[in-house]
Design a protein around this ligand. Sequence first.
Ligand SMILES: [Fe+2]
Ligand SMILES: [Fe+2]
Length: 245
Amino acid sequence: MFELSSETKIAELDAENPAMIRVLKSTGMYSEGDDADRTIDNLCLDFGLNPMIILNMLARVQAERPPDIDISELEGMTLVQVVEHIESEHHAFLREILPVTVELVERVAGEYGAGDDRLIELQALFTKLADELENHMLHEEEALFPMCRDMEADDGTIKPTRCGDAVGGPIACMENDHIVAKQALASLRELTDNFTVPEAADEDYREMLERLSRVDQNTVVHIHKEDQLLFPRALDTQAALRNGS
Ligand SMILES: [Fe+2]
Ligand SMILES: [Fe+2]
């Protein structure tokens, strides 16, 4: 059985869960083609890092196995097309739904919160999540997405860029934000009993749950597409640029 330790080899990580290799790549400590027989301990020694820092990051990825979502429709797209798809299908959706939903949650918590503490908790949680998602999207659009656009020509081929060696930094931040957002969504489901409508709920309450459920579904897919397709593709493009291909 797989057991993550400082003596684990890179090749073993890849066989167990490729998402762990992506985390290593995003730190800049490991690139495609490097010696996969090295251990984490050995790798950290080169970078003067405490292996526990990397092991904690890897353990979090291991605990967050990806959901079973079909993203094959994106596989034939270029990197820039994937970025555009994310912006139009997910960022635009959140920008439209979040502000109205924050107001609606506030209204429902004001109406029913005195008799249900979970609604007060829900309001604090969702207001924070909405704020974090707004900042996260802005960070992607201002840091990572321009780098992706810089690395790829209109015909989908890669092109040299001064940003070509920098995508790992923003990706590491984004992956961390995704873990935090997924935890918040899990709490959202728990606090609403999976968006179950109580008998006494009025129209606002029903609409709030319907909106929260849509935010949850869309964001789970959004994060999955970025983690499983966009980020690996950006890292691979960067590696190809480095190798001059
Ligand atoms: Fe995004
Ligand atoms: Fe994201």
